[in-house]
Design a protein around this ligand. Structure first.
Ligand code: TRP
Length: 337
């Protein structure tokens, strides 16, 4: 059996970093026909670990993320799209896994560490937040997933999930499946920089292009993109390292020969930023126009979107309950069976 599980926190609309880092890969995997089951989770409970005071925003973003999924052609006939908080088995599994993980191991998780610094939690870290890698291990194992397509920033989560699986299996017998991370083969896509040239596209940094941005917004964002500050006159030789426009061409343009030619011309001198940006804009628009159109369609049919989520959640619940029973039996806490 080949099973995929992956997901996103509903803390905002999804952006191009999500698209090339994960969404586009998921759709490819979905359409490859190589997977028996595909589960895509909207991780609202995880979003609440650091947005407990704003459940309304999380609720609204569940809908936004669902629209993003459907608009990039995650297909509910092939992929089960569901909402994390509606799967009780996940919380039971989390409780049992918690006994196998030390607080210091959680504090050492690089992703958690980064986020704690970024959010200025300092010593007031919500316990639920600190433990979210454990709940993420539950998310993955509850579906017997062996393939987890995610961005590079999630690698420490997968590492910790694998540790939990090994511990569970060691103590209770072979009860869980060890998951593998699946990263995009295109290096540039694993961590897309923001339009300002900062290492990561992120909502907090305010340097995103969203899948739902309209043409005018995207055109303005491409115009202000960070290029080479030393490339002043068109005739000056330019640098492509750290030049976001070229990084994006590597991530989005299928025509590698044209990109290589442009890079060469730019480095030689004589190719202006305006021209390269115009080309990038065309490349992005070709990808985003059909996505935008499908988004608009679903946006006008909110009942249909909710129905997709409800059906997906029912299917997910059935699978997770089955795995939970298996775990409880292995732990010998199935007293009344
Ligand atoms: N941590 C992921 C994010 O921040 C979301 C997520 C929750 C997830 N559970 C998961 C990803 C399980 C992969 C597998 O977007």
């Amino acid at each position: 059996m080949k099973t995929i599980l992956t997901g996103d926190r509903p803390t905002g609309k999804l952006h191009l970093g999500h698209y090339v880092g994960s969404l586009r890969e998921r759709v490819k995997l979905q359409n490859s026909g190589e997977y028996d089951k595909i589960f895509i989770m909207i991780a609202d409970a995880q979003a609440l670990t650091d947005h407990a005071d704003n459940p309304a925003a999380v609720r609204e973003n569940i809908f936004n993320v669902a629209l993003d999924y459907l608009s990039v052609e995650l297909d509910p006939a092939k992929s089960t799209i569901f909402i994390q908080s509606q799967i009780p088995a996940l919380f039971e599994l989390t409780a049992y896994y918690m006994n196998l993980v030390t607080v210091s191991r959680l504090e050492r998780n690089p992703t958690v560490k980064n986020e704690i610094a970024q959010k200025n939690f300092e010593t007031s870290i919500p316990a639920g937040f600190l433990c979210y890698p454990i709940s993420q291990a539950a998310d993955i194992t509850a579906f017997d997933a062996n393939v987890v397509p995610v961005g590079e920033d999630q690698a420490p989560m997968l590492e910790q999930a694998r540790e939990i699986v090994r511990k569970m299996n060691e103590i209770y017998g072979e009860v869980l499946i060890e998951p593998n991370i699946y990263l995009s083969s295109n290096e540039t896509c694993r961590r897309l920089p923001g339009i300002d040239g900062k290492a990561k596209m992120s909502k907090t940094l305010g340097n995103c292009i969203y899948l739902s941005d309209d043409s005018k917004t995207i055109s303005a964002k491409v115009r202000e993109m960070y290029t080479d500050p030393l490339h002043i006159k068109v005739t000056d030789p330019g640098h492509i390292e750290g030049n976001v426009v070229f990084t994006y061409l590597d991530a989005f343009c299928e025509d590698k020969a044209t990109v290589a030619e442009m890079k060469e011309h730019y480095q030689r001198g004589g190719l202006g930023d305006v021209k390269v940006k115009k080309f990038l804009l065309e490349v992005l628009e070709e990808i985003l126009t059909p996505i935008r159109a499908r988004r608009a369609e679903y946006e006008n049919n909110p009942d249909e979107v909710m129905k997709i989520l409800k059906t997906g959640t029912e299917i997910a619940n059935e699978k997770a309950a089955e795995v939970l029973n298996r775990v409880k039996r292995a732990m010998k806490i199935n007293y009344f069976e």
